[in-house]
Design a protein around this ligand. Structure first.
Ligand code: GLC
Length: 493
């Protein structure tokens, strides 16, 4: 099975959220399980300005790509080859489209030519594969940025020996972003008005929707979110289409790269620790508190939160609970990047209580690791969460998560009060500061009571197995196999 990933992010080269981590970890894990793909998976991402291209990377080939904005309708694009960790990373180097400060936009919002940018990206990938002449079995597409590849396969390459027979599996990480392309812009994709009708409707093309329609199989990143996505509250207008997919729409829980995330081997931490000996965690806590101007000897509870400052993540819910929490003696460390206005309440609170509230307003990989290890509880008040990664990392780092009961959070965290003897964290229902504060109260009570019950909770948290290789990657292989069968059957018909 020859598998090719097309995605807009891949850690450590390009990441704005969990998508980047998942693309990297899944591509590697597929190569490590039995009956995996033949040879390393190919992962294509754009070469953004910020991608740190290793010195030994080389231009593997240059392809002439049909491009509505190119001179005489084509553009030459270099493919830069990078030896990825366990897969083959290939950067699509189209400077006019990607040599910019942001991946998707800048302070003024999304780039107005995103349809052209990601259309060119996808078209380049397919042309590159054709030029290599090794038939592709499976295109693994991630979110709307890769969806044009599904459209192009059917529109331009249906009879092509190399990419025409490839099955498409579209993985939905985020239903909130669709890549909506109105009719007057579909020419940016190299498509005509009648293509809009074929793949979507007379108003234009919803790229994510068209990807869902075209893909042989669609999945999202947890079973819980797969159920929610079928409802209007979570489906973001695509619930009907997902319903139509029937059994061809499933949820596969993301894994965690347990080599990258391991408190026993995490070199950033002040001291390593593991499930059998958690002493090092106290040193990590003191180190984190000191770095953030907090009193390291104060034993009072410390909460951590990390994420994109995006309404999805519910930082406003945490912000709304902040004063209440501080009054109860709780200290809070927040790391977030994105919409600066969502950081306002934290900025204000940090000014008012410099030794009780800290805001790290940037994406800081090392500080994130210190937070996962050093805080007492990790908070995720997400409004929706297809999977979520922070709760998995914090479990592995022995830091019980406090999460909203939604999507992948509900699938991965067991409430300590609801399931005595099985709990790994704390779960609340309403998306309100009050509900969050209530869960924090329960968590604090468990910690204050201490003893064997508390120690067992921490032990269970650290024992949860999220290794990609144990379950998620084999599930993807199964799904890929199914998609290939569906594709082959359609070809015979
Ligand atoms: C998106 C989702 C998040 C998920 C990640 C990786 O960022 O919002 O829930 O964990 O993709 O699949």
């Amino acid at each position: 099975m020859r598998v090719v990933f097309i995605a807009s992010e891949c850690e450590p080269w390009a990441k704005s959220g969990g998508l980047g981590d998942v693309v990297d970890a899944l591509a590697r894990a597929l190569g490590q399980v039995g009956d995996g793909p033949d040879g390393p998976v190919d992962v294509f991402i754009p070469r953004y300005r910020s991608v740190a291209v290793p010195a030994e990377a080389k231009v593997g080939r240059t392809v002439a790509v049909p491009d509505p904005r190119g001179r005489r309708g084509t553009t030459k694009v270099d493919i830069v080859e990078v030896a990825g960790n366990g897969y083959r990373l290939r950067l699509v180097d189209a400077p006019a489209a990607f040599d910019r400060d942001g991946y998707y936009g800048d302070r003024d919002g999304d780039y107005p030519d995103n349809a052209w940018r990601f259309g060119l990206f996808c078209r380049t990938v397919l042309e590159t594969l054709r030029s290599e002449d090794r038939p592709v079995d499976l295109l693994s597409l991630h979110d709307w940025h890769a969806s044009p590849a599904a459209i192009f396969r059917d529109r331009f390459y249906a009879d092509d020996r190399v990419v025409g027979r490839a099955a498409v599996v579209l993985t939905l990480h985020n239903l909130a972003y669709h890549g909506w392309t109105p009719l007057i812009e579909v020419d940016q994709l190299g498509l005509a008005e009648r293509d809009a009708l074929r793949f979507w409707d007379a108003a234009g093309i919803d790229l994510l929707g068209a990807g869902i329609r075209t893909a042989e199989v669609v999945n999202t990143v947890s079973p819980g979110f797969a159920r929610e996505a079928l409802t209007p509250a979570f489906g973001m207008g695509l619930e009907g289409l997902l319903h139509e997919k029937g059994s061809r729409f499933v949820g596969i829980l993301n894994g965690l790269d347990t080599d990258l995330w391991d408190p026993a081997r995490d070199r950033v931490l002040a001291a390593p620790y593991d499930r059998s000996d958690r002493t090092g965690k106290a040193l990590c806590r003191a180190d984190l508190l000191e770095r953030n101007g907090f009193d390291p000897d104060d034993v009072g509870p410390v909460l951590g939160a990390i994420g994109r400052l995006d309404p999805q993540k519910g930082f406003d819910i945490l912000g709304g609970a902040l004063e209440r929490l501080v009054k109860r003696g709780v200290r809070v460390i927040v790391q977030g990047s994105g919409d600066p206005s969502l950081a306002d309440p934290f900025r204000r609170a940090a000014r008012r209580h410099p030794r009780r509230v800290a805001l790290i307003e940037r994406f800081d990989r090392e500080m994130a690791r210190r937070i996962y290890a050093g805080v007492d509880f990790f908070v995720m008040p997400s409004r929706f969460e297809p999977c979520g990664q922070g709760q998995m990392i914090s479990l592995r780092y022995g830091t019980p998560p406090i999460v909203r009961r939604t999507g992948g959070l509900a699938d991965t965290v067991i409430d300590a009060d609801e399931r005595e003897g099985q709990g790994t964290g704390f779960v609340f229902d309403a998306a309100t500061p009050r509900a969050l504060a209530g869960a924090v109260d329960r968590a604090i009570a468990w910690r204050a009571a201490g003893g064997g019950r508390w120690a067992h909770l921490l032990d269970r948290a650290m024992a949860v197995d999220f290794d990609w290789r144990s379950s998620s990657a084999p599930h993807y292989l199964e799904l890929f196999g199914r998609a290939m069968e569906i594709r082959a059957e359609a070809a015979r018909a």
